[in-house]
Design a protein. Structure first.
Length: 251
């Protein structure tokens, strides 16, 4: 009898484990980006700051979502957590069906290289490298080198309309052109997710809208999910959805 009970208990453990993994798989494959009860608290000797408060958010695959909010609202912190650059003090983050909040640093770095493209407000181009070399550098990090890297870099610059600027240094490019190089770099390796922090902040209205139209077109063409943090109301019409953050609360 004891043996039968032990076998039944063992079977129940296996079944529970299977059922749990099946549920987790179903939950995490609904969206490309999922934040579940995410919180962020910073403790100092003087005070305790709650930057994010129980954030629940799901962004569907292939969508372009904009996150807006005043300065200090927590939106850049949330972007950093969703990108795996910061670890939340509470909650879980799932990207492409995988829980990144449980990954080791090595696993997380590899996941980012393979799946996420980043676009920054200040472009973050290497000043001593030409446009095509900046794109090639990103490809090298992802393990694509030599002629293959040069060919893909050239193709990406053609996609963003900068084939004739490939050999120019960043100092010889306009703000809009620099951001287009940054978009080409973000698209290296065909990432499934692109995250952008204030990508039009340094651009005039016309250049900003052109850059975002380009990003939207390329992202839709490649099936990317795009998350943009911005103050810029001029680009809201290019999003599938707009979310708002205030005082660490997503609305």
């Amino acid at each position: 009898m004891t043996k039968e009970f032990e076998e039944m208990a063992d079977y129940k453990k296996k079944f529970d484990k299977f059922a749990q993994s099946k549920y987790q798989m179903n939950f995490t494959t609904r969206g490309a980006i999922i934040a579940k009860n995410v919180g962020m608290v910073i403790n100092s000797k003087q005070q305790r700051l709650q930057i994010l408060k129980k954030v629940y958010w799901e962004i569907q695959k292939g969508d372009i979502e904009i996150l807006m909010g005043p300065s200090g609202s927590g939106k850049t912190t949330l972007l950093s957590i969703l990108a795996g650059l910061l670890t939340p003090t509470a909650g879980n983050v799932y990207l492409l069906g995988q829980e990144i909040t449980r990954m080791s640093r090595t696993q997380l770095a590899k996941f980012r290289r393979q799946n996420i493209g980043f676009i920054f407000q200040d472009f973050n181009l290497f000043p001593a490298l030409t446009a095509i070399e900046n794109v090639e550098a990103a490809l090298n990090v992802k393990g694509i080198r030599g002629r293959s890297a040069r060919k893909e870099a050239q193709a990406l610059l053609e996609q963003v309309g900068l084939a004739d600027k490939a050999k120019l240094l960043p100092r010889d490019l306009s703000g809009g052109q620099k951001q287009r190089v940054a978009i080409a770099r973000a698209l290296t390796g065909s990432p499934q997710i692109i995250m952008a922090d204030e990508p039009t902040a340094a651009l005039d209205s016309h250049s900003g809208h052109l850059v975002m139209e380009l990003l939207r077109g390329l992202a839709k063409e490649q099936g990317c999910t795009v998350l943009i943090v911005t103050h810029d109301p001029r680009i809201l019409d290019l999003a599938d959805r707009v979310a708002h953050m205030e005082d660490g609360v997503l609305k």
